[in-house]
Design a protein around this ligand. Structure first.
Ligand code: SF4
Length: 207
């Protein structure tokens, strides 16, 4: 049964699925519109946001490949294009010359600043709902995302404060790394604890 056929959309779950599909179309459209204005493709926009908000260790072409869900060759092309626009640069690691990190240039940082509000229309539409409906919607969409995550269709990146591996104030005498990540078994700075990480595991899911 095809949900794309309007005759098959009577059931509640079918109508919700189509509504979610339309929201993804709106998000695509917002990214494309902003990209046109700024001379960036949607993949380039996502890459700039990734390089601003992902934890430093994953700001590489491999990390970007995972984040975009594309091949290594495709993410390399995106990186080449952003480098040609002088929005990012490659930095070779001092410890391991084989590792090349990606970093935003000041011009790239400025571009990211102009992207921060790209989802404002979606947020405003959600915020127009009564608070009780927002709470229900949050719980329901989180459950859907979790199922899709387990099925391998979405990778959830989030910050340390909601992660089961996070140990708050584990090193109270270390001003550069007061917290601890049990996943990589290393201290975490306050600033890095607010970045997105692909190894994030939600607290309540590991019981
Ligand atoms: S695994 Fe968890 S605690 Fe460790 S860096 Fe990632 S989000 Fe933070």
């Amino acid at each position: 049964m095809s949900l794309f056929n309007p005759k098959h959309r009577n059931a509640l779950h079918s109508r919700i699925t189509i509504a979610l599909y339309r929201i993804t179309q709106a998000i695509d459209s917002l990214f494309r519109e902003r990209g046109r204005l700024m001379g960036l493709s949607p993949a380039q926009i996502q890459s700039l946001l990734f390089l601003k908000y992902a934890r430093p260790g994953v700001r590489t072409i491999g990390g970007l490949t995972d984040r975009l869900g594309v091949t290594y060759a495709t993410s390399s092309d995106v990186v080449n294009a952003l480098e040609a626009k002088r929005l990012i640069k490659r930095i070779r690691s001092r410890e391991d010359q084989r590792v090349v990190a990606l970093r935003l240039t000041p011009k790239g940082e400025e571009k990211v600043g102009m992207l921060e509000d790209v989802l404002d229309e979606i947020e405003a539409a959600v915020n127009a709902l009564p608070e009780a409906e927002q709470t229900t919607l949050l719980r329901a969409t989180q459950a859907v995302v979790l199922r899709l995550q387990h099925a391998g269709y979405v990778k959830v990146y989030d910050m340390c404060w909601n992660c089961d591996f996070f140990q708050k104030d584990a090193h109270p005498n270390d001003p550069h790394g007061p917290h601890h990540c049990a996943f990589v078994d290393a201290p975490l700075s306050e600033a890095n604890s607010y970045l997105e990480c692909p190894d994030f595991v939600p607290v309540e899911k590991l019981e």
